[in-house]
Write a protein that binds this ligand. Structure first.
Ligand SMILES: Nc1ncnc2c1ncn2[C@@H]1O[C@H](COP(=O)(O)OP(=O)(O)OP(=O)(O)O)[C@@H](O)[C@H]1O
Length: 252
């Protein structure tokens, strides 16, 4: 069997003596959509922060593309195709929509900082390329009419799409989506679902955290975290039948 794209092995973490992740082990196969659910405070965001390099786990290993991530920085992980979105969309408020998307393309740059400062022909050509790529990204995600507006003026749904557009133009291999449906209306959640499926069909592997059980049906395998431990794994139908999950979510 092929190596998984991402593998977590016995990952553990605590904050000030409070254990928030305990021996978390699961794989994300290349080309898959894997879901992570769990009540508030169960450790989902902490796990994302560990995978993307915002915090270092106190125990266990995270392997990506066959190599332990170890001390790789957030930036190195990003360059290596590991890209995330946030529970509250992180957009550059004062920049336009187009400029925000351009930021997502900068990791594809090849020129040095000196070339950029001196505005050499190579640097100018590259800037043109980034702009064209970002314009295509705006077009693709239905943001063209908004592209010259400051991101601060966008609705919650538009911010969400902008964040995803910015992540996707950088050509991620593994896209981690943290509560992408929060703040969205029913139609926007439907559209988001379609986007996740489409991006996955194009080859992007997805790790999805969501409270939205409808959205979670896109995932082939869902892991349930409860107080930092995985208590059930399977497809969404199996998860919804699982007695421990029902107890945690429904108290039945
Ligand atoms: N920087 C921090 N310092 C101290 N405690 C923290 C920190 N970050 C998270 N925690 C605690 O760790 C636990 C797990 O939090 P985490 O945000 O990972 O959960 P979550 O499953 O993402 O929750 P939610 O669904 O509410 O976002 C919680 O008890 C939280 O209060």
């Amino acid at each position: 069997m092929a190596d998984p794209l991402l593998a977590l092995k016995e990952v553990g973490h605590s904050f000030g003596g409070l254990s928030v992740l305990r021996s978390v082990t699961f794989d994300v196969p290349e080309g898959g959509i894997i879901g992570l659910i769990g009540p508030n405070g169960s450790g989902k965001t902490t796990l994302f922060n560990i995978v993307t390099g915002y915090i270092r786990p106190l125990a266990g290993t995270v392997t990506y593309r066959g190599a332990a991530l170890g001390r790789d920085t957030i930036q190195q992980r990003g360059l290596n195709g590991l890209v995330r979105t946030f529970q509250t969309p992180q957009v550059f408020e004062q920049m336009t929509v187009l400029e925000n998307v351009m930021v997502g393309c900068t990791k594809l740059t090849r020129t040095t900082m000196l070339q950029d400062l001196l505005r050499t022909p190579a640097s100018r050509g590259q800037m043109r390329e980034i702009r064209e790529r970002a314009e295509a990204g705006c077009e693709r995600f239905g943001l063209t009419a908004l592209r010259d507006l400051p991101a601060a003026s966008l609705t919650a749904g538009q911010r969400r799409i902008l964040e995803i557009a910015r992540a996707v133009v950088g050509e991620p291999r593994l896209l981690l989506l943290d509560e992408p449906s929060s703040g969205l209306n029913v139609q926007e959640i439907d559209d988001l679902r379609d986007w996740i499926v489409r991006l996955n069909e194009e080859g992007i592997t997805v790790l999805l955290v969501s409270h939205d059980m409808g959205l979670m049906t896109v995932a082939r395998t869902v892991h349930t975290l409860y107080f930092g431990e995985i208590i059930a794994s399977g497809d969404m139908a199996a998860i919804q039948r699982d007695p421990r999950v029902r107890e945690v979510y429904l108290g039945v």
